[in-house]
Design a binder for this molecule. Structure first.
Ligand SMILES: N[C@@H](CCC(=O)N[C@@H](CS)C(=O)NCC(=O)O)C(=O)O
Length: 185
C-alpha cells in the first residue's frame, strides 16, 4: 500500500517535472524567437535575454512612436522650423567662444522625435552650432550611442570635458537645463 502510494507519487512528480520542462523549453524557445525577431526588426545585434528593451510594453511604445514619426514626421519638421524661437545674439567674440565650446558637444537624435525637436529648438534659440548625429538610420552613430550611453535613447548629448572625460546626458529636460546653465547667461 505504502509502496504503491509512493510509486504513484513518484510517477506524478516525474510526470509533472517532464511536463514543466517541456513547457519551459517551449517558453524559452518562443522567448528567444521573439528576441531574435525584435532584434532583426531594429537592425541591431540580438539582445541579451534579460535586456529591458525587449519588454513587450517597450516594444509597443517603440512601434507607436515609429508609426507616429512616419505619419507626422514631415509636419513635425515643418512645425519645428515655423515655431522655433528667435536665436539670441551675442557679441562676435562671445559667439566665437560659444562656438568653440559647442565643438565639445554632440547631439545624438532622431530627426522626427518630439523630444529631439524640443532640444533642437532650444539649441537654435541659444545659437549653438552643436553637431547632430542621426542615431536612427546611421548604424555607426547608433552603435556609438549604445556603447557610450548604454542605451539607444534619444535625445542624448555627448559632452567632452576639458580633461577629455566623456559624459552622456540623456533626457530632453536635463539636456535643456544643462545648455541653459552653460550658455544662457
Ligand atoms: N523622457 C525622454 C523620452 C525620450 C524618448 O522616448 N525617445 C525615444 C524617441 S522619441 C527613443 O529614444 N526611442 C528609442 C528607440 O525608438 O529606439 C526624454 O524626454 O528625452
Amino acid at each position: 500500500m505504502y509502496t504503491a502510494q509512493a510509486l504513484e507519487a513518484n510517477f506524478s512528480v516525474r510526470n509533472f517535472l517532464t511536463q514543466s520542462s517541456h513547457v519551459s523549453l517551449i517558453t524559452f524557445s518562443l522567448f528567444k524567437m521573439w528576441n531574435h525577431l525584435h532584434a532583426m526588426s531594429d537592425d541591431v545585434a540580438p539582445c541579451h535575454a534579460a535586456c529591458h528593451a525587449c519588454h513587450p510594453m517597450k516594444i509597443f511604445i517603440r512601434l507607436f512612436f515609429k508609426t507616429l514619426r512616419l505619419v507626422l514626421g514631415p509636419f513635425m519638421l515643418l512645425w519645428e522650423v515655423l515655431s522655433r524661437p528667435k536665436a539670441i545674439t551675442r557679441a562676435p567674440a562671445q559667439q566665437r567662444e560659444v562656438d568653440a565650446l559647442s565643438r565639445n558637444l554632440t547631439l545624438y537624435q532622431f530627426s522626427t522625435c518630439p523630444f529631439c525637436i524640443k532640444v533642437r529648438k532650444e539649441i537654435h534659440r541659444l545659437a549653438l552650432p552643436i553637431e547632430r548625429r542621426d542615431a536612427q538610420h546611421a548604424v555607426g552613430h547608433r552603435a556609438e550611442l549604445l556603447q557610450g550611453s548604454g542605451a539607444v535613447q534619444v535625445p542624448c548629448l555627448r559632452i567632452t570635458h576639458p580633461d577629455g572625460k566623456v559624459q552622456w546626458l540623456a533626457e530632453s529636460g536635463a539636456i535643456i537645463s544643462y545648455l541653459n546653465q552653460r550658455f544662457a547667461g
